[in-house]
Ligand binder design. Structure first.
Ligand code: BMA
Length: 868
C-alpha cells in the first residue's frame, strides 16, 4: 500500500474574482482569509457581522502534487478525505472525480483514470452552504423550520453541516467550509480494510466487591472487518491483541479466498481476565491495543493495517419502569455510576483550531473537576478521533447525540439516504471507543415540534417526519450496527416510543431543566424537581477579564457596549443576568465587579442544582450542566472560558462534583445538610455545622455528627427550619466542615440563609501578598484579618494562566495560599488562542520580581458596601 498525503499548503481561490491566497489543509476558508489579512478576526468587537460574506460565496481549494510512475501501476487508487465541509465538487486535472454534500460522511473517489505520472492538480470547489440551504428550502413542499439566533444563516437544518456554524445562542454565525482531518491518495494491489468493529461479552459476573477490581471476568471478543479486494485473491489476516496479561490465544491468523468486492470477515478471541476500563473516579480506564494486518497470501507484504485501542467494560444504560416512572442510569461493570459532567460543544467556531492539544486541555479540565461524563451535543459534530481517544484515556463516558438540534428535519428519500450513509459511517468509525456510553437521536428535535407555528398547526406531518428520521433511520441503523449500545431517541426524552416532550417531567428518562434560566425563576426552583437524569440545565455568566479583553476594545468594557452585546447571543441574556443579580446581590460598582459577580451567581445556581440532585440519588443518577466550553470568547453558560481558563463555576464544579460532598440547601424553608458519597467501602465522616456571624464570630454549633458513608449513598445529617435558627437569616451563615480522615478529605462549605444582598457582610480587611514559592510560582497569600471573606477570586491582569483556586471561602484570621499556574505549566497553554498568545508576549515582558506585579493584582470578594 502506498499513500500520498495531500495535507499541507494549498491555494484558496475566490471564484467571484479569481483572487488567490495560501491555505493550510486541513483547514477552513475563514481561517485562511484571517491568515491572509483579508478578514478581520471575527471574534473581535463586532467583526462577526462583517464576516458573513465568505459563507455566501463559492470557493476553490487547489494544489498540485506529483505521482510517481509506479503508483499508477497499483491496482486500486482511492482519494480519501475524512471531512469535506460541505457541498463540494472534487476535480482531478480538471475532471470531476466526485461530489460531497455531508460534513459527517467521509469522501471517497476513484481518481485513477484521471491521474498521470508527474504533476497533477486537485481542486475542491466548496459551494456556499448558505446558498445551498436556500436552494433546498425552495424545493420543499412545505416549510421545515429551524430555530434562529441573533446572527443566523437560514435553513441550516436542510444541509448536513454542523448546525451551530449557522449561529447559536452562544456562538457566531461563521459558515465556513474546507477540508478537515486527512486527505490522501491510497494505492494498493492488495486488500483494503474499510472498517474494523468489535463486540465483547463478559463471560462471568463482575466481582461483587465494592473495591474496583483491576481485572474482571474473561471476555469473548468478536472482531469484524470490512475488507475490500480489487480482484479475486487469497489473503491472509492476522488479528492480535496487546496489553497486560494477554495470552497467545489472542493472536489469530486466517486465510481467505475472496472474490472481488467488500467482505465482512470475523474472528473471535477469548481474553482472560483483562484489566477493566472504568470511568474517571471509579478506577483506571485500562486500554488494550488491537491490530489487524492483512495482505495477499503469503503475508510477506502487509498491504493494510489497522490499530485501535479498545477497553474491556460492560456499559449498560438502564432505563426501566419503576415506582416513580422510568429510571435512567449508567451501570458500568456491574456498578451503578452517577454521571457527573457537562455538555460539550465544538472546541472552536473555526475548524482549523480543532487541535488535539486544545481538546486535551479542555478534557483535562473536565477530569480535574471530577467529571466522568460529557454529552457531545447534537448541534455540533461527531467529534474527531482525537476527541474519543482522549476520552477513552481519561475515563470520560460520552453521551453521543446524532447531529440534529433545535429544528425540524426533512424526511425526503434523498435526505434520509444521506443521513443513513452518515450514521453508518459514524457508528462504524466510533463504536469501538469504550468512552461512548450511548447514542441519542438528537438534541431537542422532538420538543421542537411544539415550538413553531407550522408544526403546532400540523403536528402529525412533522411527527411523521421526525419518526422516519429518528426511528426509521437513526435507531434502525444504530441498533443493527451497534447492538450492545443503547439508542436513546432524543434528549430530553421520556423513553422509546414516548413522544411527550420531557421538559417538565422529572419522573421519566432524561430531562432538560431550564426554568431557572429561560423563565427567570429563582435558584430554589431547581429544588422543585428531582430529575432521573438531568442532561441540560445552565446559567450564563460573563467570561473572565482576559477573555473580555481579547475581544472588547478598552472603551467598550461595559455590558451594553456594542462589542459586549455582539458576544451575548441570547436575546434576553444580559437582562436575565442582571435580574438575577438584583434578586440576590447589591449592584456592584464597576464593570469587573459585575463580571465577577455574574460568575458568582452562575456558580451558586449550578451548585444549588447539582448538590440537590446528587442528594436525590439514586432517584437521580446524573447531572450534565450546560455547557463545558465555548467556541469563541463570549458571554455564555460555559464553565470554561474560550482560552480554556476556568470561570468560577469550574472551580465550584471541582467542589460540588467531588466524590464525597456535603450538599447544603434550603428547601421549603428548611435548611439541611446531606452527605453524598460515591466512594467504595465504609468510611467514617465527621460533620460539624456551626453558625457564624458575618464578623466571623461563632454563634453556636448546630450539629456534630459522625456518619458511616458507603458507596452511592445520600444521607441527611441535619435539618432545621430557618425560622427556628437562633439568629436572623441576615445575621449569620452556616459553616459546614466535613472530614473523612481515612480518605484524607477535609473540606469546608458555607450556606447563606437568605439572599446575600440582605446579609450584614462585614469588610474582611482582605490582604493579599504575592511572593515566589519554592516551585518558582507566583503565590498569593490571602488573609482575611477582620471578617470572613466569601467567593474570593484573584486575577493577575495581563498574565496568561490562572490561580489554582478561586471562588473560595476564607475564614476570619485564616491565611490561604494560592499559587498562580502560569500558562507555561498549565494545560491552558496547550489551547492558547491567538489573543492569549498576544497577551502572553506582553506578559513575558513582566519580571516576576517586578513590583508592578502587585499593581496588576485584582482581588474580588462578595461585598455589600459600595460607594457609587
Ligand atoms: C439548550 C441547548 C442549546 C442551547 C441551550 C441554551 O437547550 O440544547 O441548544 O444553546 O439550551 O439556550
Amino acid at each position: 500500500m502506498e499513500i500520498i498525503n495531500l495535507a499541507g499548503q494549498w491555494r484558496l481561490v475566490r471564484l467571484a474574482d479569481g483572487s488567490a491566497r495560501p491555505m493550510e489543509v486541513p483547514g477552513d476558508i475563514y481561517s485562511a482569509l484571517i491568515q491572509s489579512g483579508e478578514l478581520k478576526d471575527p471574534y473581535y468587537g463586532e467583526s462577526e457581522l462583517k464576516a458573513q460574506w465568505p459563507g455566501r460565496e463559492d470557493w476553490k481549494i487547489e494544489r498540485s502534487f506529483t505521482i510517481p510512475e509506479h503508483f499508477l501501476q497499483l491496482e486500486t487508487i482511492r482519494l480519501q478525505a475524512d471531512v469535506i465541509d460541505t457541498i463540494s465538487e472534487v476535480y482531478i486535472n480538471g475532471s470531476l472525480a466526485g461530489t460531497s454534500n455531508n460534513m459527517f460522511r467521509s469522501f471517497e473517489a476513484n481518481p485513477k483514470p484521471l491521474l498521470h505520472p508527474g504533476e497533477n492538480f486537485i481542486a475542491v470547489i466548496i459551494r456556499s452552504p448558505e446558498q445551498a440551504a436556500i436552494r433546498e428550502a425552495a424545493r420543499l413542499h412545505y416549510p421545515i423550520p429551524a430555530s434562529l439566533y441573533p446572527v443566523s444563516s437560514p435553513h441550516r437544518n436542510l444541509i448536513r453541516k454542523a448546525q451551530c456554524m449557522a449561529g447559536w445562542d452562544w456562538g457566531p454565525c461563521l459558515m465556513t467550509g474546507g477540508i478537515y482531518d486527512s486527505i490522501k491518495l491510497i494505492a494498493t494491489d492488495g486488500p483494503v480494510i474499510k472498517y474494523v468493529q468489535t463486540r465483547m461479552k463478559a463471560l462471568g459476573p463482575f466481582p461483587a466487591t465494592e473495591e474496583e477490581p483491576a481485572s474482571g471476568p474473561d471476555f469473548s471478543l468478536d472482531i469484524f472487518a470490512d475488507i475490500e479486494v480489487p480482484e479475486e485473491m487469497d489473503i491472509e489476516t492476522e488479528f492480535f491483541l496487546v496489553g497486560r496479561h494477554v495470552s497467545h490465544d489472542c493472536h489469530l491468523v486466517s486465510n481467505y479466498h475472496l472474490a472481488a468486492g467488500t467482505h465482512r470477515i470475523s474472528a473471535t478471541m477469548l481474553v482472560k481476565k483483562p484489566d477493566l476500563w472504568w470511568p474517571n473516579g471509579h478506577g483506571k480506564p485500562a486500554l488494550y491495543d488491537l491490530y489487524l494486518k492483512t495482505g495477499s497470501d503469503p503475508l510477506s507484504e502487509i498491504s493494510a493495517e489497522v490499530h485501535k485501542k479498545i477497553g474491556f467494560r460492560e456499559l449498560r444504560v438502564v432505563s426501566e419502569e419503576d415506582d416513580i416512572g422510568r429510571s435512567f442510569k449508567f451501570v458500568v461493570n456491574g456498578k451503578e455510576i452517577f454521571a457527573k459532567g457537562a455538555n460539550w460543544i465544538p472546541a472552536d467556531a473555526l475548524p482549523s483550531r480543532w487541535t488535539r492539544a486544545r481538546i486535551a486541555g479542555l478534557l483535562d479540565s473536565a477530569v480535574e473537576a471530577h467529571m466522568n461524563c460529557l454529552r457531545v451535543w447534537g448541534g455540533g459534530r461527531y467529534e474527531s478521533d482525537d476527541f474519543y481517544e482522549l476520552c477513552d484515556e481519561r475515563g470520560i463516558m460520552i453521551w453521543q447525540d446524532c447531529m440534529f438540534s433545535c429544528a425540524l428535519y426533512p424526511s425526503s428519500p434523498e435526505f434520509l439516504s444521506n443521513v443513513e450513509a452518515e450514521i453508518t459511517h459514524q457508528v462504524k468509525r466510533l463504536s469501538d471507543h469504550p468512552s461512548i456510553a450511548l447514542w441519542c437521536g438528537n438534541n431537542e428535535a422532538l420538543g421542537a415540534i411544539t415550538w413553531y407555528e407550522e408544526s403546532k398547526k400540523n403536528p402529525a406531518r412533522y411527527i411523521v417526519d421526525y419518526d422516519r428520521l429518528t426511528e426509521g433511520v437513526l435507531g434502525r441503523v444504530i441498533r443493527a450496527l451497534d447492538p450492545d449500545r443503547c439508542f436513546w431517541p432524543s434528549s430530553p426524552s421520556a423513553g422509546p416510543n414516548d413522544f411527550s416532550d420531557n421538559w417538565h417531567s422529572d419522573e421519566r428518562g432524561d430531562m432538560h431543566f431550564w426554568s431557572v434560566w429561560h423563565e427567570g425563576k429563582p435558584f430554589s426552583e431547581y429544588l422543585t424537581v428531582q430529575p432521573r437524569f438531568c442532561s441540560e440545565f445552565g446559567f450564563q455568566a460573563f467570561p473572565s477579564m482576559r477573555t473580555i479583553e481579547s475581544f472588547a476594545p478598552s472603551d467598550e468594557r461595559n455590558i451594553s457596549a456594542p462589542a459586549l452585546e455582539a458576544h451575548q447571543k441570547h436575546p434576553r441574556g444580559n437582562s436575565l443576568i442582571l435580574d438575577t443579580m438584583l434578586r440576590y446581590f447589591r449592584l456592584p460598582k464597576g464593570f469587573w465587579e459585575l463580571v465577577y459577580l455574574s460568575q458568582v451567581q452562575q456558580a451558586m445556581a449550578i451548585r444549588t442544582a447539582v448538590e440537590y440532585w446528587r442528594s436525590a440519588m439514586p432517584r437521580c443518577m446524573g447531572t450534565l450542566y450546560w455547557q463545558l466550553n465555548d467556541v469563541w470568547p463570549a458571554v455564555s453558560w460555559s464553565s470554561l472560558n474560550y482560552d480554556g481558563t476556568w470561570k468560577l463555576l469550574h472551580y465550584e464544579a471541582r467542589r460540588f462534583y467531588a466524590p464525597v460532598i456535603l450538599a447544603l440547601f434550603i428547601k421549603d424553608g428548611i435548611a439541611q445538610a446531606h452527605i453524598v458519597s460515591e466512594i467504595p467501602g465504609e468510611h467514617t465522616a465527621t460533620i460539624t455545622l456551626q453558625l457564624l456571624d458575618f464578623h466571623g464570630e461563632p454563634r453556636g454549633v448546630l450539629c456534630t455528627n459522625s456518619s458511616t458513608i458507603t458507596n452511592l449513598t445520600s444521607q441527611i445529617v441535619w435539618h432545621m427550619p430557618v425560622s427556628e435558627l437562633p439568629y436572623k437569616p441576615e445575621e449569620a451563615y452556616i459553616e459546614a466542615a466535613l472530614d473523612v480522615p481515612d480518605l484524607g478529605i477535609s473540606t469546608i462549605a458555607i450556606l447563606f440563609l437568605t439572599e446575600p444582598k440582605r446579609c450584614k457582610l462585614a469588610d474582611p480587611g482582605l490582604d493579599v501578598t504575592l511572593a515566589t514559592n519554592e516551585k518558582g510560582q507566583i503565590e498569593a497569600t490571602v488573609h482575611a484579618s477582620e471578617a470572613p471573606a466569601f467567593y474570593v477570586a484573584l486575577e493577575l491582569e495581563g498574565l496568561p494562566g490562572q490561580f489554582e483556586d478561586a471562588g473560595f471561602y476564607c475564614k476570619k484570621g485564616a491565611r490561604k495560599k494560592v499559587a498562580f499556574i502560569s500558562e507555561e505549566t498549565a494545560t491552558t497553554r496547550k489551547h492558547a488562542s491567538i489573543a492569549t498568545q498576544r497577551a502572553h508576549a506582553e506578559a513575558s515582558a513582566i519580571s516576576m520580581a517586578n513590583a508592578s506585579l502587585q499593581a496588576r493584582l485584582r482581588v474580588f470578594h462578595l461585598q455589600n458596601s459600595f460607594e457609587h
